[in-house]
Design a protein around this ligand. Sequence first.
Ligand code: CTP
Length: 402
Amino acid sequence: MLSNKNIVLGVSGGIAVYKALDVVSRLRKLKANVNVIMTKAAAEFVSPLSFQSLSQNYVVTDMFDEPKTWDVEHIALAQKADLFVIAPATANIIGKIAGGIADDMLSTTVMATRAPVLIAPAMNTNMYTNPVLQRNIKTLKDLGYKFIEPASGRLACGDYGVGKLATPEDIVEGILSFFKVPSVKTLRDKKILITAGPTQEPIDPVRYITNHSSGKMGYSIAKSARERGAEVTLISGPTSLEKPCGVEVIDIITAEDMHRAVLEHFENSDIIIKAAAVADYKPKEVSKDKIKKRDSDLSIELTRNPDILLELGRMKKDKILVGFAAETKELLESAKSKVHRKNLDFIVANNITLDGAGFKGDTNIISIIDGFGKIQKYDKMKKEDISNIILDKIYELIKLKE
Ligand code: CTP
């Protein structure tokens, strides 16, 4: 899957160095060529020989080592890289790159490369949340460096919090998605039902009530799920988007139509993702004729539409059920209560008032809240990347249930 790809892996010093061995081993299985550069501190934790044996390439640790070729080594590796990965990345190496310091083999090669750089930080929570480090990360992100966010949990030092190196599986996933190679977190043979877009609730033959949903999020999830081998049914409100290839698309107009179509497909689905922005209310009466203007005000009486997701939650059994919550205030409280009320595995919540978030654009800023109340917040990212986060989370849930 990664044949002909040259990946230079920078390993900086920390207890998580041993996990980088697993990253090398996974990349080799995917046929990538891997060259490892270790800092001196990293070599204190794990011997370069281990990386050498797994990568089957000479491991560079010192600028002034006896050269193994006639090339200037840091320049040769910098030029050779299709992708430069640093995992684990300490606060020190992140600070050096952000500050333009090149004083050892790793920092010098990063400075000399034109390849994209993917950084997986690992450190103590207080170091990770230190504003100096966060400023350095932001500087690098603004310059186009990519990050694989650290996980939360018990750290080697005994503290709990954010700062654990992402799992080798997630690091390799980040690399695969960089090369646009389909995920190894496959959803093959899974039947996924996705809803997307707005609904339109007619008032009369020319008017309707709707919302700003573009359908982009649901369509993006459908496309990514298909790429992972799932059998995908997409129930879509009116949108102007191109239908994703290989996906069964059922077009609907109203919330009632969506309700019917979802119930029809529910039993036969393993996973249901409700990304649609369903109208909670519809006009009580739909006028047969166009409503003519008068001198007086006009009121339209509205009546409730069914809450489809609430109903699915009651019939859920062992299916995986994912909801969305678009909020303008009290995002987390409101989303948390929806997870419980609608019996969801998790909810993807976003504050639509933030810049770069919401319905129409290609990006969003989300938090994921699961049934245990665990909250994971994400920076602004493309809807395509959010789809992969959602599908990865579903993959983990499937693995847990197996
Ligand atoms: N939803 C649904 N049927 C409805 C309304 C919403 O299936 N009639 C689903 C949406 O697809 C979404 C989730 O419920 O996945 C949350 O939608 P949202 O409108 O944010 O929440 P509501 O439950 O309608 O709550 P409120 O309007 O009070 O925010």
